[in-house]
Ligand binder design. Structure first.
Ligand SMILES: [Mn+2]
Length: 329
């Protein structure tokens, strides 16, 4: 553990001049909103900042986050960022860095995160597991730096609203609402952010939804629901992994379901299966995912399972699920 205090985090941003900000792979609106808000805040302070992610930004964030502000990953040259202070946001582990892992695992200076379970891959770690979103931590840092504005406020509101499911999930606390209120007072366009996040879907989102619902099965007397999606399934309807982000919360929605599971084959050699979980009170999704070396939060977690077929990946997953469900019934 190499935790640093909040004051030291703020001092680091004041003292250093050049920053490289890292997002997690499969970027969601929390990592993107936090990173882009920090980028704008550092620019306002007269610092040099660069953004890096191994994948394009999510379409839900595209009204607020500029793809063009990111260093194109294919052109990334480590030599150009010598001496930069490397800061990761919303990244719990080296694996969450995705393709950035080979450059930055153990070469990140500061990790800013809110996942309860994670790895110390950075020189300094500032993790607040009480925060429902990394955006809440960035709100505190940017406020302390004195550079909040309307645009940054909307980005942080987006980060927080996304990770709390529009302030509906159990990670939503009084503090979440206090920070959201402060962001609205600072000029965040809350209604527009929430419309973009929750009331607007692309055609690909609907194709993913149709596919997901057609694949959903109930297990364990309806306590568990499972959506399994192969690469061939995705190809058949012309969608990719970025379109599937809503399915885990859909899997948890049926009344009586304690654990919603989405198992998807990911691109590459076809042996990697990503499991995304959402649970209701009484089931620890992070503990389930830890069995496979993954992690996350009690109600939302993820892991990667290696298998030769989707049937084998399902079996490995369910062999871990059944005893945990059995302990509850
Ligand atoms: Mn997050």
């Amino acid at each position: 553990m190499n935790n640093i205090r909040f004051e030291e985090v703020v001092a680091l941003f004041k003292e250093q001049d050049d920053f490289l900000i890292l997002c997690h792979t499969n970027p969601d609106e929390d990592t993107l909103g936090s990173a882009f808000a920090l980028y704008l805040a550092l620019e306002k302070l007269g610092k040099r900042a660069a953004l890096l992610c191994d994948m394009p930004i999510s379409h839900r964030s595209s009204a607020y986050v500029e793809q063009d502000a990111f260093v194109p990953f294919g052109e990334f040259d480590m030599a150009l960022y010598e001496g930069y202070t490397v800061v990761s946001v919303d990244v719990a582990s080296g694996n969450m860095l995705g393709l950035l892992k080979k450059h930055f695992e153990n070469k990140t200076d500061l990790k800013i995160d809110h996942h309860a379970i994670g790895e110390d891959f950075a020189k300094y770690n500032f993790t607040d597991a009480e925060a429902g979103a990394c955006g809440m931590i960035l709100y505190r840092i940017i406020t302390a730096l004195g550079v909040m504005n309307e645009r940054i406020a909307s980005l942080l509101y987006m980060a927080i609203s996304a990770d709390t499911g529009g302030f509906r999930y159990s990670n939503t606390t009084a503090e979440t609402h206090r920070i959201a209120a402060a962001l609205l007072e600072a000029g965040a366009d809350g209604a527009a952010v929430n419309e973009a996040l929750f009331e607007t879907k692309s055609k690909s989102d609907f194709a993913a939804l149709q596919l997901g619902l057609s694949k959903m099965r109930y297990l364990c007397d309806g306590l568990v629901s499972l959506i399994s999606i192969s690469n061939a399934d995705k190809e058949a309807v012309g969608i990719d992994d970025r379109d599937l982000g809503e399915l885990p919360s859909i899997a948890r929605q049926p009344d009586g379901v304690l654990l919603g599971l989405v198992l998807k084959q990911t691109d590459g050699d076809g042996r990697r299966f990503k499991v995304s979980t959402r649970s209701r009170e009484g089931f620890d999704a992070a503990a389930l995912c830890a069995i496979f070396g993954g992690g996350g939060h009690v109600r939302a977690a993820g892991a990667t399972i290696f298998a030769d077929s989707i049937a084998e990946a399902e079996k490995k997953l369910l062999d871990a699920v059944y005893p945990m469900i059995g302990d509850l019934t």
